[in-house]
Design a binder for this molecule. Structure first.
Ligand code: DQA
Length: 146
């Protein structure tokens, strides 16, 4: 199989490793990217990564995925709970998408239980830590294989 996955990381995920490690673990964003790269390579898929603390940059990256990627893994971080723009971008490109959260957002503050992104995701993985990204890549590989 050939194909390309876009892995999108939202705000503050650049601080992984030092950011609230009791919630998000001690692995860095680069560790997560390496995990994604390896999981994707197992299925012959290439990966492309973007992290931004700016909503519009994430919207631009999702839009650019149309025509250049076959699937999206996204942890929208805090924008999960606020961003109609990111939800609209995912709907517009219509690529198979998996939403990932390191923490179990349903076991935390009530405002984290609502996601604007979930209606546009074929799967949602929360609370599995960094492994969630690997599961997401495997799910997309299954979908793309058909
Ligand atoms: C998060 C959960 C969000 O509620 C939070 O704003 C994040 C990270 C997670 O991966 O658990 O920044 O998406």
């Amino acid at each position: 199989m050939t194909g390309r996955l876009l892995i999108v990381h939202g705000p503050n995920l650049n601080l992984l490793g030092t950011r609230e490690p009791e919630i998000y673990g001690t692995g860095t964003l680069e560790d997560i990217n390496a995990l994604c790269r390896a999981a994707a390579a197992e299925h012959g898929l290439e990966t492309e990564f973007v992290q931004s603390n700016h909503e519009g940059v994430l919207v631009d990256a999702i839009q650019a995925a149309r025509g250049s990627a076959d699937g999206i893994v996204i942890n929208p971080a805090a924008y999960t709970h606020t961003s109609v723009a990111i939800a609209d971008a995912l709907a517009a490109v219509g690529l198979p998408t998996v939403e990932v959260h390191l923490s179990n957002v349903h076991a935390r503050e009530p405002f984290r239980r609502h996601s604007y992104v979930s209606p546009h995701a074929s799967a949602v993985i929360a609370g599995a830590g960094a492994n969630g990204y690997q599961f997401a890549v495997e799910h997309l590989a299954d979908l793309l294989r058909g």
